[in-house]
Write a protein that binds this ligand. Structure first.
Ligand code: ARG
Length: 465
């Protein structure tokens, strides 16, 4: 489908007997959103032109004219002076028309052996690949800053929760490193997706390939693709790579949202575990005392739209017969919004990780409130020979007594504790302290400060690779 641009500009209008209405034109056009693919579109065209010349399909003169025209178009786009026309439907036809204005017939030869179908599929793959690289850098910046925070608080004790009830003491450093792990897997998912994104559709042309003697491997190399797509119908029609990217993006936002939820809770004056720097918060227009954690709240909210885009793309794809259908034009806005939302969110969160002030006294007081060392007492009894279930039972009775006496396990006298088990001795108080409790969980993946420091070193090595 070599485009013949008519006077009005449509690539296909010579075949039609009446023009489309303005509404249909607006309905079918994509230029006002797909123009953001412009620089990828130009890169793809230059690689295509280089190959056409190398294969003797166009002349060296035509190729250099195409390069000259594209350089000018690029500078017009960068300067904001390029005139995007709705009449020209999409980014591809807008650029091709301008090229022809600038360099004449050479511009008209560019589309030889190519279709907008393989052209747009190539542009999107280049776009998603760049987005993956940006997101990976941002994820690692966030991981690095969270690791710094973890290091500052490798010894800071806080209550660990299950069911939102105080469970066992942990360190704040350990808690931060849990997110560093999650965002690390997100990087892995991005890298894995990238392998399947990074294949070249160009050469598939409209759907069946082309009669020209093209060299697809050459174009793939020029554009940094690892391979070509091996079936022309598949190359122009499937957007699974974009769906996969959006799925990985949805998981990132799910992690961001969990973290946001914790930040919001921790910043509530009722809890008071942290403060977030003013530049990430806003006040209330009516309540002068308020400082609201807007950024984490918004990130939690924006997670919804990223999930929605994933669902949108899956649904867009599911009913399409092979090969290309115009439905696919609808892949762009969800994809772009996903990239914008995830990159903005990660950029802000990486900075916000530096703006978190921890309040160790409040964390400690909370850890002392919920019998957080009850498991340690049970483990202590087990080590003295009691079966675990009996130890659990003895400690449960001790906790009930503490509840009545309104004190912590560590505040009971030795004699009182011995009422629950004769195995209790003077050394019990060492395990009932918060420090003793965390230090005792001293194995890979445990919360002991020694292990937290080892985990930090491991992450730092990974980040430096
Ligand atoms: N704007 C179109 C898209 O985004 C480009 C491909 C158009 N191809 C076609 N045969 N109409 O999918």
């Amino acid at each position: 489908m070599t485009a013949q641009l008519s006077k009005k500009g449509e690539a296909w209008s010579a075949r039609f007997s009446e023009p489309v209405s303005d509404l249909v034109k607006r309905y079918t056009a994509s230029v006002f959103f797909d123009k953001r693919l412009a620089l990828f579109d130009i890169a793809g065209s230059l690689a295509h032109a280089e190959m056409l010349q190398a294969q003797g399909i166009i002349s060296a003169f035509d190729r250099s004219e195409i390069e000259r025209g594209m350089a000018q178009i690029k500078s017009e786009i960068e300067a904001g002076s390029f005139e995007w026309l709705l009449d020209l439907e999409d980014v591809h036809l807008n650029i091709e028309k301008r090229l022809t204005e600038l360099v004449g017939d050479a511009g008209k030869r560019l589309h030889t052996g190519r279709s907008r179908n393989d052209q747009v599929a190539t542009d999107i793959r280049l776009y998603v690949r760049a987005a993956i690289d940006d997101i990976t850098l941002l994820l690692n910046a966030l991981r690095s800053n969270l690791t710094d925070l973890a290091e500052q608080h490798a010894d800071t004790i806080m209550p660990g929760f299950t069911h939102m009830q105080v469970a066992q003491p942990i360190t704040f450093g350990h808690h931060m490193l849990a997110y560093v792990e999650m965002f690390g897997r997100d990087c892995e998912r991005m890298a894995d997706t990238r392998r399947r994104v990074n294949r070249l559709p160009l050469g598939a042309a409209a759907l069946a390939g082309t009669t020209f003697p093209i060299d697809r491997e050459r174009v793939a190399r020029t554009l940094g693709f690892d391979d070509v797509c091996h079936n022309s119908l598949d190359a122009v029609s499937d957007r699974d790579f974009a769906i996969e990217f959006c799925a990985a993006a949805a998981v990132i936002m799910m992690h961001v949202s969990r973290m946001s939820e914790e930040l919001v809770i921790w910043m509530s004056p009722r809890v008071g575990f942290i403060d977030i720097a003013d530049r990430f918060c806003t006040g209330s227009s009516i309540m002068p005392q308020k400082k609201n954690p807007d950024v984490p709240e918004l990130a939690r909210g924006k997670t919804g739209r990223v999930y929605g885009h994933l669902m949108g793309l899956l649904t867009l794809m599911k009913g399409q017969p092979l090969a290309y259908n115009k439905d696919n034009q609808e892949d762009k806005e969800p994809l772009f919004d996903t990239v914008d939302t995830v990159t903005d969110t990660l950029r802000i969160f990486a900075d916000m990780a530096r703006g978190i002030t921890v309040k160790p006294d409040n964390m400690r007081a909370a850890a002392l409130q919920g019998y957080a060392t009850a498991t340690d007492l049970a483990d202590y009894l087990v080590k003295k020979g009691l079966p675990f279930r009996d130890a659990h039972e003895a400690v449960a009775r001790a906790v009930r007594a503490c509840d009545d006496a309104k004190c912590d396990l560590s505040e009971m006298s030795l004699e009182t504790l011995q009422q629950f088990s004769p195995l209790v001795e003077g050394d019990v108080f060492a395990v009932l302290t918060l420090e003793g409790s965390v230090a005792a969980r001293d194995h890979v993946g445990g919360t002991a400060p020694r292990q937290v420091r080892a985990a930090i070193a491991r992450v730092r090595t990974q980040l430096a690779e």
